[in-house]
Design a protein around this ligand. Structure first.
Ligand code: G3H
Ligand code: ZN
Length: 286
């Protein structure tokens, strides 16, 4: 059935577990993510990013409605999340597209601007019953400093700044920079576990790990044990999808029916989802 991200995260936080949030780019992604979650009997978050909306010609609704339909029919709780929203125009469409939560991403801005626009997004979201995640990744964040990619491996979230940011904005969860980086195709990101432990002790809302495809199984489980509640994964599914499709097409160079190769890509994504969710659930053993 369809669930809200707020409920899934509150529940996970109470048990010191994490919920996996996978990026949906195509219908096959949504099908595979739910199949994988059902295989291991865990709730899951389907997230559609602003970039994925742009890919679908700027229209959020077709994919969101398909994902909602799949979520409703799932045997595990599934929520719909709008990811990495920079444009307020898209933010304002979140509720009417069926999302129960949004990640509003102003991490590229200097601290005070990030705070101001995030506060406004929270006010808007909470008035509509939406759960809102924001991001703080630029250490210092002084205006005039050269822009720093919030997800560069070197970027770090400062615990005291994070505490003030959460208090001033009222966000429901915070994405933190602790050593990961987006779109990694190798799993050699080094998580700063000492910083993560300090953030967990300082910040009163659930913490979110982005760029989790670059993190090893071991480090993922440790990150959950250190206090990460939402784990965002995108690239790992695309590696599985593209690898399976590439292999199929190499063996069947004359084939033209997309169902043949997409089915293999979808199965590969479902296996990856099941494996990664199992990794996150093993965290309590640490
Ligand atoms: O918000 C999405 C995630 O941070 C995905 O990152 O593609 O590097 O796994 P990833
Ligand atoms: Zn992200």
């Amino acid at each position: 059935p369809i669930a809200t991200t707020g409920d899934l995260i509150t529940d996970a936080a109470a048990w010191q577990r994490a919920v996996a949030a996978f990026n949906v780019i195509t219908l096959e992604h949504a099908e595979a993510i739910v199949e994988g979650a059902e295989a291991v009997g865990s709730p899951v978050i389907l997230q559609i990013s602003e970039n994925a909306v742009a890919y679908h010609r700027g229209r959020p609704r077709p994919l969101a409605r398909a994902a909602a339909e799949i979520a409703e029919q799932a045997t595990v709780p599934v929520s719909l999340h709008l990811d990495h929203v920079q444009s307020t125009e898209l933010l304002y469409r979140a509720a009417d597209c069926g999302f129960s939560s949004v990640m509003f991403d102003a991490a590229r801005m200097p601290y005070t601007e990030n705070l101001a626009v995030t506060r406004a997004a929270v006010v808007w979201a909470h008035a509509r019953g939406l759960w809102l995640e924001a991001e703080l990744g630029q250490v210092g964040g002084k205006s005039g400093a050269p822009p720093l990619d919030a997800h560069a491996p070197g970027a770090r979230t400062d615990p005291e700044e994070a505490r003030s940011f959460v208090a001033a904005t009222g966000v429901d969860a915070l994405a933190v920079a602790v050593g990961t980086s987006h779109a990694m195709t190798s799993r050699d990101a080094r998580i700063d576990h000492a910083l993560l432990a300090r953030l967990r002790a300082t910040v009163p809302v659930p913490l979110v790990l982005h760029g989790s495809s670059g993190v090893s199984d071991d480090d993922l489980a440790r990150a959950v044990a250190s206090g990460i509640t939402k784990v965002n994964i995108g690239t790992a599914l695309n590696i599985a999808l593209t690898g399976a499709v590439r292999e199929h097409l190499a063996q069947d160079p004359r084939g033209v029916d997309p169902r043949r190769y997409l089915a293999e890509g979808r199965d590969a994504m479902a296996r990856t989802v099941a494996r990664l969710i199992s990794t996150l659930s093993s965290a309590r053993a640490h």
